[in-house]
Design a binder for this molecule. Structure first.
Ligand code: FES
Length: 559
């Protein structure tokens, strides 16, 4: 019946007998411009599968666009992972090619593939081209943030605003800096899902098409090797991936997704290990948004392999690549040519971590700070009084109020926007500098939130504070004027409110929980960032979940 139905679709008798059958989970969508290029790229994947003797069968999945999905793309990541898992599981396919790109599509596909258990190889969409605007010949997506700030304070007129809108993105593909999409593409390489050297080729380029073709060939080989995705996830491969993120100056979002991958494989990394790996992994890559160079410059300078070879001594080299080879062998063919894009281990910038994992009485279960690209390192050690905003409406209403009681040493706090509270942790933790301070020339302040921020943003912004306000974490009890201390060197985030006083306060109250549909499923089952914000029932049963968190969710679900 399978063959007869396919023959009805125009396949020949010979084609429907080709083996193995390779499903192609394609997240191309008009509602996701970052992944639009996948609609054409899939032709090359099919060409590769056929060249290796297989039968390629493409199927659509949900696609999640970072800028188009409200309240946030992370809200739908687990849903997409379920879609991918079930389609792989129920379909008569031997293996799968995963086609993703925009931030959450890559982790959703990897999570689904780990749980489904069939051999899986990934090809990512590739970054979009660098563009230009009014004499700036190197415009990248992160230029949008200061541009929007200038517009907010009246420095950009309507004409330039319109021009910039047309100049920011001059092609399809993922964000063209080391933001979340590029970081996740690199992680896909390190974990052994995507081909080594595949993450940086531009969307639509001949190199991207060749990579897609080779991915199709490799999918057939992965089936022949019987390479289950679960076997690619171990504490060693997760450590390699995290260390790669550190050396790249990659996105804070990656920490959440790595914990989600771990949970799907019955593991939890945990903040202590992350702190240890973060402390001794150097920040080597001088690339936007944390550094100066573009992704094409980075590719030219050696790309991901050029970074990995410089931290070779810190990596577990017996882990596997998507070709089935060991990283030990892959890196033995790579030489580290000196250049200004990838720093040497002896360079001063290499001394600090690009992501700092924090803990303390304000974040008992952890928080993260990206130091890469932060303008004023003086704030890495800072004590100040907080100005607290309860959710986005409150922030928008008051942040630019001339009467706001704030100065350059204040610490801005935005809460109620965690995995349960928003729901889905929107990328809004990068609180704007209050307009009155911006006009005085203030460009950096310490900011704290239980939300996330875009991988294309930088600043002294502490994110993913856990437990979040909506489940009663300490951040829910902060009040304007409380003193808080951030110390990136020791990894500490603490408040100085007396215990009794703290306990006597009324905590921030989240909005009533949703009563139906996916939103209800989400708030009832989503876990905190230290568990990758996965749903409790999607983790491998052997993966640990602390009891007190489960009870907090029940409390929230019961209203
Ligand atoms: Fe899609 Fe950045 S918004 S990759």
């Amino acid at each position: 019946m399978h063959r007869a139905f396919l023959r009805g679709g125009g396949f020949s008798a010979e084609e429907v007998r080709s083996r193995p059958v390779i499903g192609i989970a394609n997240s191309a969508s008009d509602l996701n411009p970052c992944n639009m290029g996948l609609a054409l790229l899939v032709k090359e994947v099919k060409r590769g599968v056929k060249a290796a003797g297989g039968l390629p069968l493409e199927f659509p999945t949900i696609s999640i666009s970072e800028p188009f999905t409200r309240p946030t793309s992370l809200y739908l990541r687990n849903l997409m992972s379920m879609d991918v898992e079930e389609m792989i599981s129920v379909s008569p396919i031997d293996g799968v090619v995963l086609m993703g790109g925009c931030d959450k599509t890559v982790p959703a596909q990897i999570m689904g593939a780990i749980s489904a258990g069939k051999p899986s190889v990934m090809v990512t969409a590739g970054p979009r081209p660098v563009s230009c605007h009014r004499g700036n010949a190197s415009v990248t997506v992160d230029d949008a943030w200061p541009f929007c700030d200038r517009r907010r304070v009246g420095e950009v007129d309507d004409q330039e605003w319109l021009e910039f809108e047309g100049n920011l993105n001059v092609g399809v593909g993922t964000c063209n800096v080391m933001g979340t999409a590029s970081t996740m593409a690199a992680i896909a390489e390190v974990l052994g899902f995507a081909l080594p050297g595949s993450s940086l080729a531009e969307a639509g380029s001949a190199e991207r098409r060749r990579i897609a073709y080779e991915t199709g060939i490799e999918a057939v080989a992965a089936v022949q090797r019987g390479q289950a995705p679960r076997g690619l996830i171990s504490m060693d491969s997760l450590e390699n991936a995290f260390r790669a993120v550190m050396a790249l100056g990659g996105s804070t979002n990656s920490v959440i997704h790595l914990e989600a991958f771990a949970g799907r494989a019955g593991l939890q990394i945990g903040i202590e290990k992350l702190q240890t790996w973060s402390r001794d992994t150097p920040y080597l890559t001088n690339v936007l948004p944390g550094g100066e160079y573009t992704l094409p410059d980075f590719a030219e300078a050696g790309g991901l392999a050029g970074v990995l070879v410089r931290i070779r001594d810190l990596l577990k080299l017996d882990t596997h690549t998507a070709r089935g080879t060991k990283w030990r062998d892959e890196l033995s063919a790579v030489s580290a040519v000196e250049n200004t894009v990838i720093r040497e281990r002896t360079a001063p910038e290499a001394k600090r971590s690009s992501l700092v994992m924090l803990k303390g009485n304000l974040a008992p279960n952890g928080a993260v700070l990206k130091t890469a690209g932060a303008e004023d390192p003086r704030f890495f050690k800072h004590r100040g009084r907080v100005v607290v905003f309860d959710g986005l409406d409150d922030l928008n209403d008051r942040i630019d109020d001339p009467e706001l009681d704030v100065n350059a040493d204040s610490i801005l706090v935005l809460r109620g926007l965690g995995a349960v509270g928003a729901p889905g942790m929107p990328e809004v933790g990068h609180i704007p500098i209050p307009a009155k301070l911006h006009r005085q020339g203030v460009t950096e302040m310490v900011r704290l939130s239980d939300a996330r921020m875009s991988g294309t943003s930088t600043g002294v912004v502490v994110l993913h504070i856990s437990p979040e306000a909506a489940v009663g974490g300490p951040i829910a009890y902060l009040q304007d004027g409380d003193e808080v201390r951030l110390d990136a060197e020791t990894g500490c985030l603490e408040h100085f409110v007396d215990d009794q006083e703290f306990a006597s306060r009324k905590p921030f109250r989240p909005a009533d929980p949703p009563t139906r549909g996916f939103a209800k499923l989400h708030v009832s089952h989503v876990l905190q960032p230290e568990y990758g914000c996965d749903f409790d029932f999607l983790r491998e049963p052997s993966a640990p979940i602390a009891q007190q968190l489960t009870s907090q969710y029940q409390h929230k679900a019961e209203g």
